[in-house]
Design a protein around this ligand. Structure first.
Ligand code: BTN
Length: 249
């Protein structure tokens, strides 16, 4: 069942042609005590996005989930998500795509004047279990629109194929895993790398939350992954979990 994808990375690899969701399979492995495993599938039949949205996952994309057991309190987990966003952006840039990070953890190709700031290339869905003092496990799901047509995807999406031509998926995943591994050994580097690749910082934004819109200049991200917005009434911190949509304003 566990096929070796030929990756030379500090993770065990489990490869599937099709799964409902690699995050669901990773959660099962995590509950069984696994760690440092990456689950990959060529396609997903029930891919999940943030906030309960569906995630189109046709054959040819990179749909993967990492099982991790970091020895940290839950408040540090957003750094893991930021690290994944940096690593996927770097792998995309190496594949020739002009990628940037859109807070909280989207990888986009920025477009002048686009309603959402650009077209989505990749997204990260982190799930965890644990107690207030320490997490038990973290599953980091990463979806990359690699060798797929944008028409196969939902919403304002693009793909590596559309931007730069097909990428060798094994090399892409290898690069992602190496970069992610580097960053998890060096949490101090994560925020700097994230800021450096962020399309959102320095932008005037509108963040939609359940409590209303926050409008102002996005000036920074906190070590807990929250966005600092300079509004007319002063600085506001918006947590990733509260963001429904973010648009340039
Ligand atoms: C988002 O931007 O909403 C996050 C999308 C995350 C999609 C990936 S694909 C691999 C993993 N399995 C899932 O069901 N979701 C994540």
């Amino acid at each position: 069942e566990a096929v070796d994808f030929g990756l030379d990375a500090p993770f065990d690899v489990e490869y599937h042609d099709a799964l409902p969701s690699t995050n669901d399979r990773a959660r099962e492995l995590a509950a069984d005590g696994a760690s440092d495993v990456v689950v990959l599938a060529d396609r997903q039949t029930g891919g999940r996005g943030r906030r309960g949205r569906e995630w189109s996952s046709p054959s040819g994309g990179v749909w993967m989930s990492l099982v991790l057991r970091p020895d940290v309190p839950p408040a540090r987990v957003p750094l893991v998500t930021l690290a994944a966003a940096v690593a996927v952006t770097d792998a995309a840039r190496e594949a020739g795509v002009d990628a940037a990070i859109k807070w909280p953890n989207d990888c986009i190709v920025p477009r002048e004047g686009a309603e959402r700031g650009g077209d989505k290339l990749a997204g990260v869905l982190t799930e965890m279990e644990g107690e207030a003092s320490r997490v038990s496990w973290v599953v980091v799901g990463v979806g990359v629109n690699a060798n797929v047509e944008p028409e196969e995807l939902a919403g304002d999406a693009t793909s590596v194929r559309a931007e730069a031509g097909d990428v060798e998926r094994r090399a892409f995943v290898q690069r992602f895993l190496e970069r992610f591994h580097e960053l998890r050994e060096d949490p101090d580097a994560v925020l700097d790398a994230w800021r450096d690749r962020a399309a959102t910082l320095g932008q005037r934004v509108r963040v939609e939350t359940a409590d209303g819109d926050v409008v102002g200049d996005a000036v920074d991200v906190t070590e807990h992954g929250a966005l600092v917005v300079e509004t007319e009434d002063g600085r506001t911190v918006v947590h990733a979990g509260d963001c429904q949509h973010l648009r340039p304003a």
